[in-house]
Design a protein around this ligand. Sequence first.
Ligand SMILES: Cc1ncc(COP(=O)(O)O)c(C=O)c1O
Length: 400
Amino acid sequence: MTNTDAKMGTKAVWAGEKDYLVHGATQVPVVLSVAYGYDDMDEWYDVAIGKKKGHIYGRNTNPTVQAFEDKLKILEGAEAATSFSTGMAAISNTLSTFLVPGDRIVSIKDTYGGTNKIFTEFLPRQEIEVALCETGNHEQIEREVEKGCKILYLETPTNPTVKITDIERMAKAGKAAGALVVVDNTFGTPINQNPIALGADLVIHSATKFLGGHADALGGVVCGSQELVEKIYHFREINGATMDPMAAYLILRGMKTLHLRVRQQCDNAMTLAKYLQTKEIVEAVYYPGLETHPHHDIAKKQMRNFGGMLSFAVKGGVDTVRDLLPKLQYANRAANLGAVETTVGPARTTSHVECTPEERAAMGIPEGLIRISCGIEEIEDIIADFDQAFNHVESLLKVK
Ligand SMILES: Cc1ncc(COP(=O)(O)O)c(C=O)c1O
């Protein structure tokens, strides 16, 4: 199905699969073959040089992996998509495709910890200049972009304090400066936000998170124009960070319920954010759906819903976190997000474990910050669970 008029949920179920079904099967098969054989030497040659559709070798292409790419490109409204072994591979391969020594990239301070390490450790080593702006300071980003850059790299909402950047405004600035505008849409999901429709050139996902949704497969993907994606694909097929067919199958299966899961996760996040605001021990709640969030208006403009991620800071910092989190019955304490189970973790041991406390402070991440990835459970049970955990912490404080 390539009908671009269908609604998002219908696309999530049907899109991209038809060409890959065999023997009347209704589900895309997992093709584990590494190589593809040809008796006709001319046909083999034509496929090998890309003149004819087909597969040669699993590092380059695979039918199961391609079905995943086709579904995602339709959900993101892109011409093409290419996939990777992880989200970080998608990010690093995309940057490496376009950046050469002497180039300059502009981004924000609040990107995912791994992405931030690429900016602060690996790109400078290749003599690539990196300008990191305050997230949410659109004027500063525009000023830096105007100075000239090859790439403007954004992530919105950000990990873990869910700050929002105006994609449309930044895409205009990027285009005017001749830069490629890249957006990590992992937190947004294609259900809530489509950066290409807002002017971005490339959209990246860690497919490990909401797309797969079941915390059982790693993957990454980049969507954009045929021309740009072909360049990135070429870098990836040679350098080898290929998505595994079994992972592609699991993520593809997960994506059939993406719209249902994300809808429930957004509802849970909004209710939980409002609940957390009522707790005295909670110092701050970060959720773009709250009217008190500094970027609420931008989120409202560019997102269809506010996402399943939120975070909150507790009084008493790390000590309170240590007492609170083990008490939760319906939450995995883990370095992951986007799964059907609620997942919690302090930024200092999850998204920003690679950073020093000083670096985290500079990014506005308190040591007592807890990130919540809402699952699809019934919210009444989650709130009751948080309630009993907060009661436990409050009773400990009284004893102390
Ligand atoms: C926003 C964002 N982008 C990229 C990544 C990296 O994804 P992966 O773990 O699949 O490499 C993560 C991981 O948490 C993330 O949160």
